[in-house]
Design a protein around this ligand. Structure first.
Ligand SMILES: C[S@@+](CC[C@H](N)C(=O)[O-])C[C@H]1O[C@@H](n2cnc3c(N)ncnc32)[C@H](O)[C@@H]1O
Length: 188
């Protein structure tokens, strides 16, 4: 069956992320993806979760506590600064990353992810990925500013060298109201 967008994003990561790995949630928001990654990498794994809003960090902290997750480092900073938080020894070993773009649900719709910082973060993460590792982007673009980010991200990913990366787009083309879609980048 065709999976919905969020299920497919998780499904893709489940195919490549293994127990014990370090992974990144670049936009932790309410913590749904962070919890998923935390459970998937297990006690010996590690999740680095970023958000620029304290509300998001608090929501994620609470969700993790309710689920007894203790393998996550929450970072109140923009994902464009990811490099400052990654151990250089991880280069070539990062298990994967997810970006859920847009704004924090039920919060200020003006605080949104932006094309420039998103592409900077992707560019930082790609060299650190393991072989066959994935960066999964869930692209919401119906809000103010969403189209600019969508275009910037697509313009960046379609130019990635096909000898080094496979780039997939997955989405439903008969849905109304700017449905979200996935871009997944796999390192060869
Ligand atoms: C769609 S929400 C993420 C939803 C989240 N993955 C979940 O499972 O609930 C997008 C989040 O990106 C955050 N954000 C915006 N710009 C950011 C940036 N430069 N770095 C990190 N997070 C950012 C927002 O604060 C918001 O919480």
């Amino acid at each position: 069956m065709l999976k919905n967008i969020l299920n497919y994003a998780h499904y893709l990561l489940q195919q490549t992320v293994t127990k014990g790995e370090t992974v990144i949630d670049a936009t932790c928001g309410n913590g749904n993806d962070t919890l998923f990654l935390s459970e998937h990498v297990g006690d010996k794994g590690h999740v680095l979760a970023f958000d620029i809003q304290e509300q998001a960090i608090d929501n994620t902290k609470q969700k993790l506590a309710e689920n007894q997750s203790s393998n996550v480092t929450l970072i109140l900073d923009s994902h464009e600064n990811i490099n400052s938080y990654i151990d250089p020894k991880l280069a070539g070993h990062l298990g994967g990353a997810i970006f859920n773009l847009g704004y924090l649900p039920k919060s200020d719709k003006k605080v949104i992810t932006k094309g420039e910082s998103t592409t900077t973060a992707i560019e930082t993460i790609l060299p650190k990925l393991k072989k066959n590792g994935l960066v999964v982007l869930v692209i919401y673009h119906g809000h103010d500013g969403g189209k600019d980010e969508k275009n910037a991200v697509l313009n960046y990913v379609i130019h990635l060298d096909q000898k080094k990366y496979k780039v997939l787009r997955y989405g439903f083309i008969n849905q109304k109201n700017d449905p979200p879609f996935i871009v997944a980048i796999q390192k060869k």
